[in-house]
Design a protein around this ligand. Sequence first.
Ligand code: RAM
Length: 530
Amino acid sequence: MAFTFQINNDVKFRHDEVLLAKAEANRPEIQHLKVEPGRIVDVVEDSTKLNGYWVAENGKQIEKLKEYGLRRDESLILDFGDHYVGRFQVDIDSVGSPMDAPLMLRFKFAEMPVELVQESSEYNGWLSKSWIQEEIVHIDELPVTLAIPRRYSFRYVEIKVLDTSPKWQAVFSSPVLTTESSADMTKLSKVTLADEQLQKIYDVGVKTLADCMQDVFEDGPKRDRRLWLGDLRLQALANYATFDNVDLVKRCLYLFAGMTTEEGKISANVFVKPQNVPDDTFLFEYSLFFISTLSDLYKAHSDQMLIQELVRELYPVAKTQMDLTLTMIDENGKLITDENYPVFVDWSNDFNKDTAGQGEIIYVLKQFIALATIVGDEQREKYEEKLTLISNYAREQLFNREQMLFVTGDNEYNIASQVWMVLSHVMTDKENNAIMMQTVKELFPVKDIATPYMYHHIVEALFEADLYKEAVELMKYYWGMMIDLGADTYWEAFDPDQPDYSPYGMSIVNSYCHAWSCTPVYLIRKYLLD
Ligand code: RAM
């Protein structure tokens, strides 16, 4: 894992109030549901589940919750039966002698059982421990209805009594979760698949997307709870195939377009609370994917006049991203990467990303030229020439015909280079097919990749290269394994060779509902149904 913090606090940003007002006008309505827990459980060891933990009923009945008085260090775990995002509330009272000391409680909110086992005091990872979903509360007077103010992302809630007094116990009743999501389930177009495993993979993808649809397309409702452009691009594609909330995509595009650097560069992510603020983090292709997201929106809804107008309105912002990127191309058409503006591709930095980055430019430049055509940009030809130059460099300097693979860095052959070149369609369909066959033969199985983001692109490249069987196999292997390990929603990080791996040193801060992993929804709709 080598994704690191960037600190660029000398960068100056512009706020375009007109665009930001439009972002505000497209703010979604948050939908609410009341959900009650279905049972009381214990965490149990189970080697077939993630990190070796699962849950099982412990004989306590949820209907009799109020009868279970808890003393110092006693706890119970409520299971809501599925993953949700929202706020938790519970009624608390005391039984026994008068309440002669405050009640001290700890609440833990967990997406996966492993989070209930790990202790926050032992966390020493590089991401803030403030992400750990835990609350310590003191209560002076009972009875009370305690509504935890913070939004949490969870299936399980552990209530632990840290202390009462030897004279009385705490009792709990009417626990309820009020959900939050901007996904409108009534808009969901149902999909029925003959293959049961694919159906499950699809359904969990929809749930993942729905729980990440908040005030913006969040990357993860547990963490980082913000709008990342790389995640947005994939969420938007999955969204067109399901909820089709166009306004939410528009809101996110306006937010990025409304807060660029003074030179016009779009940051990798933005915050929207308590006010709109762009992060001082920049990733090469995340900026470029503004163009892709605009282009994908157009493709999904080109029949709508309003979308055509939106493309015209945001085209200058898209053009600036392309112009800034083209300054990184040398006279031969080679991308000269810059470590201060890293090519992302995947969290791992253990492989060279130059050729993958070159493929990404070609991929986006084609989308950009299509947009230039729509708006009638007179400079379109200039971009066509650049495309030829960059594509020729890829075909002539980076493609090794003997190996039938793209090279990168110091004579390195990696999966990411093939995948992005195939996705860019810089080669013919026949060549793409041969490249991915060669990739499967020489570079598979996929190793040391822990992001569903990268797996998504590998699967998509297999589909694009007409290797449907291999694509479905990999999708079932990767996302199917998460389901087998207990996923209600897909995870931010997952390496099938080391399922317990956390990029942060401890899985208690892992996000187990993460937007960039929802894409089987899009892949299944695009390649297996439409
Ligand atoms: C992590 C998050 C986010 C992703 C970035 C690059 O911080 O998982 O979703 O886009 O990495």
